[in-house]
Design a protein around this ligand. Structure first.
Ligand code: ZN
Length: 133
């Protein structure tokens, strides 16, 4: 795996959280994107060599809506950039990690993504992310 590509933070109110992170980080989000397949609004802030991704659930059954209801706002996942997501998924399967999806999905920010189940990763939802080239 390469660098920490971004840290995903689940929020309750998208516009309030964007304002708060603008004041906290001193930069505007460089991108906001609605991901219909996941039922989430996302925004991305560049911070040094990595990014902060804010996620707001837009539907009742969105994973982010459920997360916020259950655990409140906070860190939702850590995303690691990978060179070859297919090879990395195979490697992790062999290592005994439970993957949440069988094949990479199209995520926000022009990426292919796959998630590792928190139960197999010390309670942390791990995202693998590869730039679509
Ligand atoms: Zn993410």
């Amino acid at each position: 795996m390469l660098n920490v590509e971004h840290i995903g933070i689940a929020v309750k109110n998208f516009s309030e959280a964007n304002g708060l992170y603008y004041r906290l980080l001193g930069v505007e989000p460089y991108k906001t994107e609605y991901v219909e397949s996941e039922g989430v609004n996302t925004s991305f802030f560049k911070v040094g060599g990595t990014k902060i991704e804010l996620l707001e659930g837009t539907t009742e059954d969105s994973a982010i809506t459920k997360f916020v209801e259950k655990r409140g706002e906070g860190i939702h996942h850590i995303a690691f950039e990978v060179e070859d997501i297919y090879a990395e998924m195979e490697r992790l399967k062999k290592e005994g990690f439970a993957l949440l999806n069988e094949a990479p999905k199209k995520g926000a920010d022009n990426k292919l993504v796959c998630f590792v189940h928190p139960k197999s990763a010390t309670g942390v939802l791990v995202e693998l992310t590869q730039e679509i080239r």
